[in-house]
Write a protein that binds this ligand. Structure first.
Ligand SMILES: Cc1cc2nc3c(=O)[nH]c(=O)nc-3n(C[C@H](O)[C@H](O)[C@H](O)COP(=O)(O)OP(=O)(O)OC[C@H]3O[C@@H](n4cnc5c(N)ncnc54)[C@H](O)[C@@H]3O)c2cc1C
Length: 412
């Protein structure tokens, strides 16, 4: 039986976590707002249209970050790159030691692979939890780190990294956020998630223009002839959202079955039956370009037939895949495209820069969530020593330590 994220027995007893503070990608440089970790249903929060079927989804702004955000560096004890399970647990382990963290992730929701690649699947090897949904794990981690009030900067890819002369670290995101950090934890997993491209010859020239992998502005698409590719929630949600205002809309999916929410699929089929849009089974074959302008796309159906679809704008929702990206160029020692670390502190080749989870490698490394959790615990002590070398380190039990209780906000 396929397990769905909502209403499963493994959720029983888990209190709905309170809302978490995240920094908005765009427009509001200093504004923060709350977003429910439950808001994300399935795999489509990434650029989900406003007012789409799932009313719990937050509407994250899609506009460019303001200049103001670029101007003011955020001073941080620690910056954690990656809000996957290991990055989130790193916040917890740092918090227990009284160290605060900012977390940055290129995705617009926390949870890394768990949330992006297999949110509905059950995980069976998290210690003491016989079965745990992948998204449930993320929700539980968010709940667990709540006392430490980490700020999550979502929708920001860290692209720049440098060690400053004073030993602190400069980090910058593609969206213009700048951090001044005492230490850095790279918990970047398999890399930052990038959209799967359309994969037809000559497409690069038009990407960001007539070929888009996300909707930057729904208003700009009004009155246009659209072709949407994909069979998941993003493709279906945007189809239903844009249809009333598009001049024409064709949806193309490589097979008959859709991965999107059944209700959205039914609504889309009703629109097709009513003649308001067309549905094609097939894959993009080539662009139709005239005088340097995209005029449409040829779609090849499973029987080999070609359909020339008239379009000004192609919207491609083939999902996301992780790419190591800029981290490979930061001068840190790499081995098989992973960051080499020691097994005492999980520090990289650069003191003050630590790496936990799938991104690191060492003899015997296993890319498992529980390995990353262990690494985060030891890295936290390494980070504490890096930041405060004079400080004596104590191992304190959360069960009995009044200091831990105070940090966790629980009674003695
Ligand atoms: C289908 C599937 C099933 C699995 N099942 C299990 C299982 O049963 N048990 C188990 O232990 N493991 C399982 N795994 C593996 C597990 O998901 C990974 O080990 C785990 O997600 C690693 O966590 P992480 O925090 O290190 O990285 P990730 O989960 O990959 O998260 C890394 C985050 O870093 C972000 N990032 C990367 N680069 C940047 C950048 N430059 N700027 C900003 N953000 C960046 C990414 O967007 C991502 O959100 C499974 C994996 C898959 C794909």
């Amino acid at each position: 039986m396929r397990q769905t994220r909502h209403g499963q027995s493994w959720r029983a007893g888990l209190a709905r976590p309170a809302y978490y503070k995240v920094q908005r990608e765009a427009g509001a440089s200093s504004a923060s707002f709350t977003v429910s970790p439950y808001a994300r249903a399935g795999q489509t929060l990434y650029n989900a249209p406003p007012n789409s079927a799932n009313s719990e989804r937050p509407t994250l702004s899609q506009t460019a970050p303001s200049a103001a955000s670029a101007a003011a560096p955020i001073s941080a004890e620690v910056v954690v790159i990656g809000a996957g399970p290991c990055g989130l647990f790193q916040v917890f382990e740092l918090g227990l030691l009284g160290i605060s963290a900012h977390v940055v992730d290129s995705l617009k929701h926390p949870g890394g692979q768990c949330a992006e690649l297999y949110p509905d699947k059950p995980i069976y090897d998290i210690p003491a939890i016989p079965v745990c949904g992948a998204q449930e794990l993320v929700d539980r981690l968010l709940q667990q780190i709540k006392p430490f009030k980490a700020e999550l900067h979502l929708g920001h890819e860290v692209t720049e990294f440098a060690r400053r002369d004073d030993g602190r670290f400069h980090l910058a995101t593609a969206g213009g956020l700048i951090f001044d950090a005492g230490a850095v934890v790279i918990a970047a997993g398999l890399g930052s998630f990038q959209p799967r491209r359309i994969g037809v010859e000559g497409a690069e020239v038009f990407e960001g223009g007539p070929i888009q992998y996300r909707v930057k502005s729904a208003a700009e698409l009004a009155g246009k002839r659209l072709v949407i590719f994909g069979g998941g929630d993003s493709a279906l949600d945007w189809t239903l959202e844009l249809l009333p205002r598009a001049a024409s809309l064709d949806l193309v999916h490589r097979r008959k079955e859709f991965r999107a929410a059944p209700a959205s699929v039914s609504r889309m089929r009703e629109q097709v039956a009513a003649g308001r849009m067309r549905l094609f089974e097939g894959v993009p074959q080539s662009l139709i370009v005239n005088d340097g302008t995209v005029r449409g796309v040829n779609v090849k159906s499973p029987d080999g037939a070609l359909h020339a679809l008239d379009a000004e704008q192609l919207l491609v929702f083939f999902g996301l895949h992780p790419k190591l990206g800029p981290i490979a160029d930061w001068g840190l020692a790499l081995e098989k495209r992973a960051l080499r670390v020691d097994t005492e502190k999980f520090q990289t080749s650069l003191p003050g820069v630590f790496a936990v989870g799938d991104i690191n490698t060492y003899p015997g490394k296993k890319k498992l969530i529980l390995s990353g959790f262990h690494e985060a615990a030891l890295a936290a002590f390494g980070i504490q020593h890096h930041l405060y070398p004079q400080k004596k380190q104590f191992l304190q039990y959360t069960t009995t330590s009044p200091v831990m209780h105070q940090r966790l906000g629980v009674p003695d």
